[in-house]
Design a protein around this ligand. Structure first.
Ligand code: ADP
Length: 327
C-alpha cells in the first residue's frame, strides 16, 4: 500500500458519548481541507466488516456539532476480535483504497486497533470518546464534561426534593471502573459521601457520619455512588444503610442513560474539534498508530499499544476534601 495517506475513514466504536459528532465533523472537514477523500464507516468495526462505508463531504457533517449520539452509529463487534474478521475489514478498506483510519472510542476500541495495525498495513489514529474519562495520556475524553454536567443538573433537582422532605438520597451515576463522574458531580453538588470503584467503601464511616449529622439535625444528605462501587451500586448501599439506620428516610435514584445523551457541552465540542483536527494531521505527517490526547493543554501523542485504562488517580486527598466540605 502507498505510504502516503490519500483516502481516510472515520468510525465511532464501543460506548457512545456526547461530542462524537463534533469529532467526526472535525475529521471530515480537516481531511477535505487537505484534499483527502474522506469516508464514514457505519456502526464501528461491524460496519467495516460489512463494507457499510460512504463518502463524506463537508455538507454531510453540517448541523451535527451540537447533537449528542453519533451520526455514524456505534456497535460492539465480536467478529473483529478474530483474525478472519480483521482480514475481512482490511480487504474492505483495501478495496476502496482507504489507507488511513481514525477510531473514536474507548480503550476496547483501541485494543482492536492495535491488533489490526499489528497484522495489516493500515495506519490508525485513536481519539478518546468516552464519558468515563478513564484513558491514560489525556486530561480529557470526549463526553465526560457533558455527562458530568447532566449528572449535576439531575442531582441539583433531587436535592430540592430531598430538602423538602429531609431525606437521605443515594444517587447512582455511571462509572463501572472509574469514579470520575461520581467524584466531580458529587463535589459540585455538595454530596456528603462519594463512593467510587477506586476506593474501598467505608460503611462504618458513612454510618457514623450520618448518625452525627442526625444529632445536629443536618437531615439532607446526598450520597453519590458510581455504578462500579464495590458493594454493587446504590441499591446495595441503601440496603446496608437501612439495616443499620432504619429510622432514616432513604430514597434511591439511578440516573442511568440520561448521562450519555444530550447536546455536548462547549468543552466537549472544543476538545472533539481539536482532537479530530490533530488526528488527520497525524495521518498526513506520518505519525501513525498513535492515540491523540491533550495533556497540560498540549497535544500528547502516545503509541496506541501503550494506551490503557487510567487507574487509581482518585486519591485520599480528594476524599478528604469531600469530607471537609460536607461537614
Ligand atoms: P470501548 O471502545 O468503549 O471500550 P468495547 O470494549 O466494547 O468499547 O470495544 C469496542 C469494540 O472494539 C469491540 O466490540 C470489538 O469489536 C473491539 N475490540 C475490543 N477489544 C478488542 C481486542 N482485544 N481485540 C480486537 N478487537 C477488540
Amino acid at each position: 500500500m502507498d505510504k502516503k495517506v490519500s483516502r481516510i475513514a472515520v468510525l465511532t466504536s464501543g460506548g457512545d458519548s456526547p461530542g462524537m459528532n463534533a469529532a467526526i465533523r472535525a475529521v471530515v472537514r480537516t481531511g477535505n481541507y487537505y484534499g483527502l477523500e474522506v469516508f464514514g464507516i457505519m456502526r464501528g468495526y461491524q460496519g467495516l466488516l460489512e463494507d457499510d462505508i460512504m463518502r463524506m463531504d463537508n455538507r454531510s457533517v453540517a448541523n451535527i456539532i451540537q447533537r449528542g449520539g453519533t451520526i455514524l452509529k456505534t456497535a460492539r463487534c465480536k467478529e473483529f476480535m478474530t483474525k478472519e474478521g480483521r482480514q475481512k475489514a482490511y480487504d474492505n478498506l483495501k478495496g476502496r483504497g482507504i489507507n488511513g483510519l481514525v477510531i473514536i472510542g474507548g480503550d476496547g476500541s483501541f485494543r482492536g486497533a492495535v491488533d489490526f495495525t499489528s497484522e495489516f498495513d493500515i495506519p490508525c489514529i485513536g481519539i478518546a470518546g468516552t464519558i468515563d474519562k478513564d484513558i491514560q495520556g489525556t486530561d480529557f475524553t470526549i463526553g465526560f464534561d457533558t455527562a458530568v454536567n447532566t449528572a449535576v443538573e439531575a442531582i441539583d433537582k433531587i436535592r430540592d426534593t430531598a430538602d423538602a422532605h429531609d431525606r437521605l438520597f443515594i444517587i447512582e451515576v455511571m462509572g463501572r471502573d472509574a469514579g470520575y463522574i461520581a467524584l466531580h458531580s458529587g463535589i459540585a453538588t455538595g454530596a456528603e459521601n462519594i463512593l467510587v470503584p477506586e476506593q474501598k467503601t467505608d460503611f462504618e464511616g458513612i454510618i457514623a457520619s450520618l448518625q452525627e449529622k442526625e444529632r445536629r439535625r443536618k437531615l439532607v444528605n446526598l450520597i453519590i455512588v458510581a455504578e462500579g462501587e464495590e458493594s454493587g451500586g446504590a441499591n446495595e448501599v441503601a440496603a446496608t444503610i437501612k439495616k443499620r439506620l432504619p429510622n432514616i428516610e432513604t430514597r434511591v435514584a439511578i440516573l442511568g442513560h440520561i448521562q450519555r445523551g444530550g447536546s455536548p457541552s462547549c468543552l466537549d465540542r472544543l476538545i472533539a474539534s481539536r482532537m479530530g483536527y490533530h488526528a488527520v494531521e497525524c495521518l498526513i505527517e506520518g505519525r501513525h498508530n498513535v492515540f491523540v490526547g491533550i495533556q497540560n493543554n498540549k497535544m500528547n501523542y502516545i503509541p496506541l499499544d501503550r494506551v490503557g485504562k487510567k487507574k487509581g488517580t482518585i486519591n485520599d486527598e480528594w476524599m478528604k476534601i469531600v469530607k471537609i466540605l460536607a461537614s
